[in-house]
Design a protein around this ligand. Structure first.
Ligand code: CMP
Length: 140
């Protein structure tokens, strides 16, 4: 059994529509535990740095403006194979391609407004968690 931690964001389209409880119910019902959480408004610099790997992509400017448009919830999820499990619970990036019952299929609007972000690897999870949380804020 591999207990992992992964990083999760409930994005502006979801906080705006008051969906944070419904989204976190999906994580909790499927065995992930929220071990750190805060609601914040990202600055442009924070959003640009967080998504730096996408800076050459045509949608980068739009992505940054979207991420600063409303508050977000940043959180750390813990559980067995949490990185992969989180991605399964979220569903495909494009809500139109996401499996039935996943967060993005149920709540996502389009590929930009896709309600949640989740780390794509254990290595990136550690980087993304450290970007928003100190070790003392992770309470398992
Ligand atoms: P996320 O998992 O947060 O990682 C990068 C984000 O870029 C992704 O979710 C999408 O919301 C967004 N994204 C990816 N492709 C596109 C696109 N073609 N147009 C707009 N946003 C996109």
């Amino acid at each position: 059994m591999t207990i992992q931690r992964t990083f999760s964001i409930i994005k502006p389209d979801a906080t705006k529509r008051n969906l944070t409880g419904k989204i976190n119910a999906k994580f909790e019902e499927q065995g992930l535990r929220i071990v750190a959480q805060k609601r914040l408004r990202m600055s442009r610099l924070q959003a640009q740095a967080f998504y730096a790997v996408h800076k050459e992509r045509p949608f980068f400017g739009e992505l940054v403006e979207y991420m600063v448009s409303e508050p977000v919830i940043v959180q750390v999820l813990e559980g067995e194979n949490a990185v992969l499990k989180n991605r399964e619970i979220m569903g495909a990036t494009d809500p139109k391609k996401a499996d039935k019952g996943t967060i993005r299929a149920e709540f996502g609007i389009d590929i930009g407004n896709n309600s949640v972000h989740g780390s794509d690897s254990e290595e990136n999870a550690a980087i993304e968690i450290a970007y928003f949380f100190s070790g003392l804020e992770l309470v398992g």
